[in-house]
Design a protein around this ligand. Sequence first.
Ligand code: ZN
Length: 150
Amino acid sequence: MARRNIVKMGDPVLRKKSKEVTEFDGRLGCLLDDMKDTLHFAEGLGLAAPQVGVLKRVCIVEYDGVLYELVNPVLTHAEGKCTDDEGCLSVPGFRGLVERPQIIDVTYFDREGNRHVQHAEGYFARVFLHEMDHLDGILFPDKMIKKLPE
Ligand code: ZN
């Protein structure tokens, strides 16, 4: 396991669309382990593979002490709206208010290729959606309705 550098806004890799994972192999496990180390060191809530320069549909979320490893996540249900503040390890210096769905369901695969369905609400849902946006090259300032100091 090793810590990787977090790419910052302005690097074109953050604007590309990531590719689906097709091989659930040791390299995927290594990427996820490294992302976990990187997230813990940076003390964030989530990290997406493009943030460490890897254009694969992989992200991790740590919420309420539980680590979720999402491979090929897909949003299958969204309802309601809520506005709350967000920050991003790739966008240092400020936070922003972003409107997102209140309740979601996400389908994803784990590192072994097993399929899972996760229901999430409120800020938990927000972290999932923020990380999944990274896989399509979207950063929170794109959706920000108000800029806030960090
Ligand atoms: Zn982010």
